[in-house]
Design a protein around this ligand. Structure first.
Ligand SMILES: [Fe+2]
Length: 233
């Protein structure tokens, strides 16, 4: 994609992450845009690459995905598409923000109602909400034009459930952290090319592929760090 061999940069990012002595992975979270050409063989390559780690792989669909193919190919362990994943005192809620034929995302009344049901059922858990599209503006005009459309409804809902500790997304191909009403909203860098922060129009950044680590602590706090991949494959 745009001159980047995305399979190779994903592999390089995974290799760098697994070599990181400061962090040890228990789970891999993939927030969408897995296969740009939305091909079956692309998802099969993704599965073949991720399976050997022996870790749960939690996925949400992005605008560059085929949710029907994902449902077919990512429905058995170690893969999980959307839904909930519980780890001790934390629950990860994996949302689909996919809209057919759109680069922007949305939840709509049905998905918002399901999220509310899930939040009401997890009052005693710390919650990390995971999704593809960004619900908080990035200050980049072109990217904010393809954000989560009904972010006002989403944020109002999150505000009503104090057990939500953080929300994390992909889509914006850059690192960000923003606090809002006691919740931290994160984005992770892409495993391929990065977008230039704050740019009015589409522009690539020169940063390398990357990923974000989270450590979710029992008391509801979390530690996080972005890792830029520097290893040459
Ligand atoms: Fe995206």
């Amino acid at each position: 994609m745009r001159g980047v061999r995305t399979y190779d940069t994903l592999r390089r990012t995974l290799d760098s992450a697994m070599d990181n002595k400061a962090w040890q992975a228990d789970v891999i979270l993939v927030t969408g845009d897995i296969v740009q050409d939305e091909s079956r063989s692309g998802y099969e390559m993704f599965c073949d690459l991720l399976s050997p780690y022996g870790l749960p792989v939690l996925c949400t669909p992005g605008n560059h995905d085929d949710p029907a193919l994902m449902a077919e190919l990512l429905n058995t362990r170690p893969f999980q598409l959307c839904g909930e994943a519980r780890f001790d005192s934390w629950s990860l809620l994996l949302l689909s923000t996919y809209l057919v034929g759109e680069d922007a995302g949305g939840l709509g009344p049905r998905r918002l109602a399901n999220l509310e049901k899930a939040l009401a059922a997890h009052q005693d858990q710390h919650v990390l909400v995971c999704m593809h599209h960004h619900p908080i503006p990035m200050g980049s005009r072109w990217l904010d034009g393809v954000a989560l459309r009904d972010s006002a409804d989403f944020l109002q809902l999150i505000d009503r459930y104090p057990q939500v500790r953080a929300v994390t997304c992909g889509h914006v191909h850059q690192q960000s952290e923003r606090d809002r009403n006691g919740v931290t909203y994160f984005s992770a860098p892409s495993t391929c090319a990065q977008f230039l922060p704050g740019s009015e129009f589409f522009a690539l950044d020169e940063r390398p592929p990357g990923c974000r680590w989270f450590e979710l602590c029992d008391d509801g706090s979390l530690h996080t760090e972005v890792q830029w991949s520097t290893a040459v494959s």
